[in-house]
Design a protein around this ligand. Structure first.
Ligand SMILES: Cc1cc2nc3c(=O)[nH]c(=O)nc-3n(C[C@H](O)[C@H](O)[C@H](O)COP(=O)(O)OP(=O)(O)OC[C@H]3O[C@@H](n4cnc5c(N)ncnc54)[C@H](O)[C@@H]3O)c2cc1C
Length: 400
């Protein structure tokens, strides 16, 4: 296990830095660095297309599907750098690049691979996906989902409701989990995955504003939506096993970008502490502030090693089980620590909007503060991730 960067990775980092300088607005910090997502969809798409043209968007995919056969290790280095600069578009239609594509490569049909993978790799709006897992009564208890897919000839008829569906208002496709066998003895059996065209008749997307007023979530209704049987992904009624794989891919993807983003914000916090006096002394001389900044620095190093280690595990052909959950928990902890420490160091300045003249560090601490509770819920809550680690790392029995 050698995690030192070679010439190839260093050259890639240099290229991305150059890209960030050329493509991001001068003298301004990208929204993606501030609160983890880009509010300007057109700008995001334009950058996604440029990333695709450079062969970066899905670099570890095979060339035939729009990638460039890069190693996951290289992709991890890329993701960290993208996080550091807050480059939008890299996670545009994040479901597509991070878990739909990799899952289609594992258990999609040839027809599905040929149709959807190049679309995702293009960075075009038609390659944007959303993920339809959660329902009003199925979040952590994901296996309880009730959305029904009933086979009728060459089609499935979908009826039901999803909730908290990120970016459904922008997505062209939905990666949907639905129940195909309502009589299965165990509820996690009898679930299947479908590709649903969001333009299909019977799909309704309603916005849900999050607790700070942003439109990120939606509720999505399926009312007799007809889906060709060829849009079933993997085996009917065995979707649960495919979904666990998809979730492992999703959880893996959090660590590198979180590392990059919060490494940058830590650097800015350190600079702030160096140059700001409080009660006649520089903050950087305050032992409590120093200790807290060091805590973040240590956790960031651990997160980086976790991100490298999982890339190494996957590149050996092993499937990470608890490691994706471990990385997700660590990412959430780092984000929370930066948010809370940042709020203490900046005081009241941390709570104002990024465009206020009173904002400090471009509003990145406010962004982290507003965002960290949500990050610790998305893709499985911290309790659920810890339960997976307890079972698969510590060998404890399943929780009830
Ligand atoms: C930013 C964000 C983006 C999201 N994007 C999407 C998306 O694109 N698509 C999608 O389908 N969903 C999405 N979600 C929804 C997310 O997957 C669910 O919110 C999450 O799975 C939790 O489900 P729930 O909200 O129903 O909470 P619940 O499952 O009701 O949990 C409530 C509390 O109980 C705890 N709890 C529940 N069961 C257990 C247990 N067995 N052991 C210990 N503690 C337990 C939980 O940890 C939590 O603290 C998103 C959520 C967020 C915050």
């Amino acid at each position: 296990m050698d995690f030192s960067l070679g010439e190839k990775e260093r050259a890639l980092i240099e290229e991305i830095r150059q890209f960030a300088k050329e493509e991001l607005p001068p003298d301004s910090v990208c929204q993606t660095l501030i609160d983890g997502e880009c509010r300007d969809f057109q700008f995001e798409i334009s950058i996604a297309k440029k990333l695709a043209q450079k062969g970066w968007l899905v670099m570890s995919w095979p060339r035939e599907y729009g990638g460039r056969d890069a190693s996951l290790w290289e992709q991890t280095v890329y993701e960290m750098e993208v996080g550091y600069w807050g480059i939008p578009g890299a996670w545009m239609g994040i479901s597509g690049t991070q878990w739909v594509g990799p899952c289609l490569m594992l258990f999609g049909t040839e027809e599905q691979k040929k149709k959807y993978l190049p679309l995702i790799a293009s960075g075009e709006p038609d390659g944007v996906w959303c993920t339809g897992y959660s329902e009003p009564n199925a979040g952590s208890d994901f296996a309880n989902l009730q959305t029904r897919a009933a086979r009728q000839g060459d089609e499935y008829i979908i009826n039901g409701q999803k909730v908290w569906t990120s970016v459904a208002h922008r997505a062209r496709w939905c990666w949907l989990a639905a129940r195909t066998d309502p009589n299965a003895v165990k509820k996690h059996r009898g679930i299947s995955i479908f590709i649903v065209d969001m333009k299909s008749p019977g799909v309704t997307v309603n916005p849900i504003l999050n607790y700070y007023g942003r439109h990120h979530f939606n509720e999505v209704f399926f009312d007799n939506v007809r889906v060709p049987a060829s849009n079933l992904v993997g085996e009917e009624n065995r979707g649960w096993y495919h979904l666990m794989q998809a979730l492992a891919f999703e959880r893996r993807s959090t660590a590198p970008v979180t590392y990059g983003r919060f490494k940058r914000i830590l650097e800015e916090l350190v600079e702030y502490a160096r140059n700001t006096e409080y009660e006649g002394r520089l903050l950087s001389q305050n032992p409590v502030v120093r200790g807290k900044l060091c805590d973040i620095a240590i956790e960031l190093e651990v997160l980086k090693m976790f991100a490298y280690q999982i890339a190494w595990t996957i590149s050996k052909g092993e499937i990470p089980v608890y490691q994706s959950s471990r990385n997700k928990v660590m990412s959430d902890e780092v984000m929370k620590k930066v948010a809370l420490t940042g709020a203490e160091v900046l005081g009241i300045y941390s709570q104002v909007d990024p465009d206020s003249k009173w904002a400090r560090l471009h509003g990145t601490i406010q962004g982290a503060y507003l965002g960290f509770p949500g990050q610790a819920i998305a893709a499985g809550t911290t309790e659920v991730e810890k339960s997976i680690i307890a079972q698969f790392r510590l060998g404890l029995p399943k929780s009830y």
